[in-house]
Design a protein around this ligand. Sequence first.
Ligand code: V4E
Length: 245
Amino acid sequence: MESTMSVEVERKFVCDADIQKQLEEIGAVCIGQKQFQDKYFDTPDFLLTLRDVWLRCRQGCWELKCTTVTKAEDRVGEPQKAELCSRYQEITNLSQIQLKVREFMKEGNGEQKTANQTHPVVHQDTPKTEGAENCPTGNESWLMELNLVCFAEFTTQRCSFTFGGEGDESGVRVDLDQADFGYCVGEIEVLVPKGEDIQSALRKIEKTAQRLGLSGDQRVQGKMDVYLQRYCPEHYAKLLSASIL
Ligand code: V4E
């Protein structure tokens, strides 16, 4: 995420055992592997995530993802397959993040909740993660002021691929993720500077998916879907009812 505001367009897919070989066959080049820890934050009554807003601290860096469009009618003119792709605005500047979070909370609540209005968050046997000591633990003053608590924490091993040249796949990146709670997922993604047209990104993603032989029309669960389903069923059920997941 180079810029502080961009739109991430992505399609998730189920990884076959031979996905790395398939990627190499279509000209993808592995650009490296890394491990990172994510901590996600929300109010105890899920004010952000119920608005499809995702506040995350990854290895000490804050990131906010929020929807750019939510309704099918906003997608007029887009091909059917676009429904398999998600698009989220990404903000990485902490001051902008704090401003946005405050705005979302005002919209969602009439007025901001204070730290005294907490409710217990019930988690079921969440997995323990190691490392990332530089990531705030949730006691930063702005988190406390906005009543934000960590609701999910996991570590991912990621192997990333890109395509060289100026062809159909230029700017396309493929990530193969393995989360420490035992879930693997692939993502084809294109980062679009805010304000630029996303149609070309959608076409590139579709083309890459075709070349990888991804024919399924089913939405594929992300790491967060599976994490919440397993460890925070109450939160998961609320997001399902609100059609967020
Ligand atoms: C947007 C979102 C979440 C935030 C994390 O999203 P995701 O891209 O799945 O995580 P990750 O680790 O791959 O981030 P990256 O490194 O690419 O920045 S968690 C849940 N959502 C909502 C959501 C959704 N509604 N539909 C889909 C397909 N994905 C995510």
